[in-house]
Design a protein around this ligand. Structure first.
Ligand code: NAI
Ligand code: MG
Length: 501
């Protein structure tokens, strides 16, 4: 497979990556205390894209202090909800104005197609900020009609306040670098928290550029601090920091468990958005003309690097051959290449580590008896490309069916009747998403009610909106991001009870 690597880069982006990028602490761009930098790579070529200040314990400590001060004493603390909302709206406007530039940054740093970054990642981030801007003025408590049995005749006014949780540490992954930053920052800022954000070491650039827009929008110093660095150092220091009130994490289930341990020190609040192995169920009565491309895009979107990827494809036996051949045909048509090439539909995986991990799964699957109808190996001579792959002859005991691959690899299995499919679809330690394709609305909604997943799509896949909560059952996480649900993760309730004389 020939992989075209395009040389042109957006001029502002070329400028941005030309010098080592600094970290944002207390409104200042500074080098790491250690003076160290680390490289971020272009996954289409494997070459170094930029050098970035390498945050560690000392930098995290400074950033937490800045966030603490901004929360306890800064102008942020005195701002009205309306002012907070306006700042968020301004940030959304600025981001929208720089759509092209952020598209390039995402494509270069993560590998995703430029067209996808511009059509999905950036607009979804803009929309999230606007949605959260609206919430800033609508975070309300309740008045409570209380009936205290041991103070007969006394009258009280009881009510609740919903207050920001405080200083929030946010650790995000590399699959949607800008969008994950938006999912995290949006609700934190709408509710009045302050933030130390640690982007993934593979993709720190868009969060750093977003930090510049945060300043341009006029957020006070210390409200948003961005400290790039490695997970085991900067991330671990943030998760364990005694002055952080809450940690929000998106990434692997394995690291999610480490975060929970680290958070135990000061019992900080924790929210987690972790892995998945989501079932995508196609019934024989589905509109196969939409179910087939939909099932292909369920797994191949973002090169399969989606926590909610439809990676277990279950198809009713009488249409199994047709659906598998259809999905394989979709896979063959996908144009794989550098994200900057205009006709690219699938770019490289994010890193050499992910390439090795995904190829390891492919080898394990094939050695356990799975067969690749299409794909099955690495693609191209440089960069981290993998062929879009459909594996058949698979079963629930195989590693490739049980574990999250996080690459463009779907495992397909037939089923014989609707009763059989529910336990098989739910047979996973994960529970992030699921999809059902059928024309039978009762069947669809019955399954939706019984699937153990935080999101169920019916006759569609990968539909996201700032108004729709997202998160996992089982080991896919704690809490929900987006929608009004997320506000619960960033506020705490105070009950106030006044005796009326
Ligand atoms: P990871 O979980 O190691 O990394 C995610 C974030 O956590 C990064 O910012 C990283 O620096 C940070 N981190 C790593 N170790 C940490 C620690 N000990 N303390 C605090 N923060 C830490 O994920 P990785 O290694 O990049 O990918 C491994 C697998 O994780 C993937 O193959 C995929 O299965 C899963 N994953 C899931 C994601 C999701 O959206 N739920 C996103 C990225 C990866
Ligand atoms: Mg890791």
């Amino acid at each position: 497979m020939g992989i075209a690597i395009s040389p042109q880069i957006h001029p502002q982006v070329a400028d941005f990556i030309d010098k080592p990028r600094k970290m944002l602490i207390n409104g200042k761009w500074q080098n790491a205390v250690s003076g160290k930098t680390f490289p971020t790579y272009n996954p289409a070529t494997g070459e170094v894209l930029a050098q970035v200040a390498e945050g560690d314990r000392d930098d995290i400590d400074q950033a937490v202090r800045a966030a603490r001060k901004a929360f306890d004493q800064g102008p942020w603390h005195r701002m009205t909800p309306s002012e907070r909302g306006r700042l968020l709206w301004k940030l959304a406007d600025l981001l929208e104005q720089h759509t092209e530039e952020f598209g390039y940054l995402e494509s270069l740093d993560n590998g995703k197609p430029l067209a996808v970054a511009k059509a999905a990642d950036v607009p979804l981030a803009v929309d999230l900020f606007r949605y959260m801007a609206g919430w800033a003025t609508k975070i309300e408590g309740n008045t409570l009609p209380i009936s205290v049995p041991y103070t007969p005749g006394a009258k009280y006014l009881a009510y609740t306040l919903r207050e920001p949780v405080g200083v929030v540490g946010q650790i995000i992954p590399w699959n949607f670098p800008l969008l994950m930053a938006a999912w995290k920052l949006g609700p934190a800022l709408a509710t009045g928290c302050t933030v130390v954000l640690k982007p993934a070491e593979q993709t720190p650039l868009s969060a750093l550029r977003l930090g510049e827009l945060v300043q341009e929008a006029g957020f006070p110093d210390g409200v948003v601090n961005v400290v790039p660095g490695y997970g085991e150092t900067a991330g671990a220091a943030l998760a364990a920091h005694p002055d952080v009130d809450k940690i929000a994490f998106t990434g692997s289930t394995e690291v999610g468990k480490l975060i929970v341990h680290a958070a135990a020190g000061n019992l900080k609040k924790v929210s987690l958005e972790l892995g998945g192995k989501s079932p995508n169920v196609v019934f024989k009565d589905a509109d196969l003309d939409t179910a087939i491309p939909g099932s292909a895009s369920a797994i191949f979107f973002n090169h399969g690097q989606c926590c909610c990827a439809g990676s277990r494809l279950y198809v009713e036996r009488s249409v199994y051959e047709r659906v598998i051949e259809g999905v394989a045909e979709e896979a063959r048509k996908i144009k794989v290449g550098s994200g900057l090439e205009p006709d690219t539909q699938m770019g490289p995986l994010v890193s050499e580590e992910q390439l090795r991990r995904v190829c390891g799964y492919l080898e394990a699957g094939l050695s356990e008896g799975a067969q690749a109808v299409v794909g099955g190996q690495k693609a191209g001579s440089k960069g981290y490309f993998v062929e879009p792959t459909v594996l058949v002859n698979t079963n629930e005991k195989m590693k490739v069916v049980k574990e999250e691959i996080f690459g463009p690899v779907v495992t397909a299995m037939p089923f014989d009747n609707p009763e059989e499919i529910l336990p098989r679809a739910n047979d996973s330690e994960y529970g992030l998403a699921a999809a059902v394709w059928t024309r039978d609305i009762s069947k669809a909604h019955q399954l939706a009610a019984n699937l153990r997943a935080g999101t169920v799509w019916i006759n569609c896949y990968n539909i996201f909106d700032a108004a729709m909560p997202f998160g996992g059952y089982k080991q896919s996480g704690w809490g929900r991001e987006m929608g009004h649900d997320v506000l619960n993760l960033y506020t705490q309730t105070k009950a106030v009870c006044a005796k009326l004389a």
